[in-house]
Design a protein around this ligand. Structure first.
Ligand code: ZN
Length: 333
């Protein structure tokens, strides 16, 4: 039986600034709040625990402001993270489908798990629902990521709970979920990137209505990633045949590449590769393949041309600068 675990975390950060923070633990969890929903999205259980801080001895002023908590309270009522995590794990059960507002909570939870030397309890790949993303996808046509309190206001949900306490925010997130057309939203699952595929076999292909998303294993460098055939292959999402590329992969921005491919039976497909940073400094690729019409295909061709002109312009400026430097060097001799 499927159960949804909607959870939210409150965390503290180094009160003395980022420079002296513990590198592997930028955010120390101080509260876990969650509700469990059945398949009809009805609340069937709840979980709420404070965590006694062990890394940062004071609350960062911003955190103190938004959470309305004090260090004394946390020390008195909180339990050490390993204890709280174990209880949370047991409460969640083995077949929980996790849901959070935004993409950060599962990653930060796993960072805390690793910092305290606990075994990572989550499956690989870890798929979850980003309710913030679903809300923007189905209410705002994917344009803008909204804050939870904004979404709650827009939906006219009751606000008899303060925001920014983990448990209340988990309840609000569940309420937003309930207001979505879940049948439509359900296919749009997200993948948490904290634990990456370590080899070919673990690489992930997700199929969504109308497009596919592929997550590669980690590579040492961006060049290694973009040289990998599996990363760059364009496969038709309908007939699963490898397509011919009409426009080969070209850099469209700092971290993204585009391409255009064509299936004789199913038409044009746009490919996009985003290069992302893994937890350990390596990189991995996330590739999406989407069908496009003639106009969409023309747009990619325009982007490529625009890119070529920009690159030429950059190279021209570089050459000019070099010549100027050489000239100045000669004059000063
Ligand atoms: Zn095809």
């Amino acid at each position: 039986m499927k159960e949804f675990v909607v959870f939210d975390l409150e965390w503290n950060q180094n009160p003395y600034g980022r420079e002296t923070a513990v590198e592997s633990l930028p955010f120390e969890i101080i509260e876990i709040g969650a509700v469990k929903l059945n398949e009809k999205l009805e609340i069937i259980s709840s979980f709420c625990r404070l965590v006694r801080p062990q890394v940062y001895p004071e609350l960062h002023f911003k955190i103190a402001e938004v959470t309305h908590m004090t260090m004394e309270e946390l020390r008195k009522k909180g339990k050490p993270f390993p204890e709280v995590m174990k209880e949370f794990e047991e409460w969640c059960g083995k077949c929980a489908v996790y849901c959070t507002w935004g993409p950060m909570d599962l990653t930060e939870l796993q960072r805390n798990v690793a910092y305290f030397g606990l075994e990572n309890p989550f499956p690989k790949p870890l798929l979850y629902y980003d309710v913030q993303k679903l809300y923007s996808l189905f209410r705002e046509e994917g344009k803008e990521k909204k804050a939870l309190d904004t979404a709650v206001k827009e939906l006219g949900l009751k606000e008899d709970r303060p925001f920014h306490q983990a448990f209340d925010d988990a309840c609000y997130t569940a309420m937003v979920m309930e207001r979505l057309d879940w049948e439509k939203a359900e296919p749009y699952i997200s993948m948490d990137y904290y634990q990456l595929p370590e080899n070919r076999k673990e690489e992930v292909l997700l199929r969504f209505p109308g497009y596919t998303k592929y997550v590669s294993r980690a590579f040492e460098t961006r060049e290694d990633a973009i040289a990998d055939k599996k990363v760059t292959d364009m496969v038709c999402s309908q007939c699963k045949r490898t397509m011919r590329k009409k426009i080969r992969w070209f850099p469209a921005s700092q971290r993204a590449y585009l391409c255009l491919a064509f299936c004789k039976e199913h038409g044009f497909y746009k490919g996009k590769i985003r290069i992302k940073k893994a937890e350990d400094g390596r990189v991995f690729a996330v590739k999406t393949i989407k069908p496009v019409d003639e106009a969409g295909a023309a747009e990619i061709s325009r982007r490529k041309e625009e890119n070529r002109i920009k690159r030429n312009e950059r190279n021209r400026q570089k050459r000019q600068e070099k010549r100027r430097h050489q000239k100045e060097a000669k004059q000063s001799e």
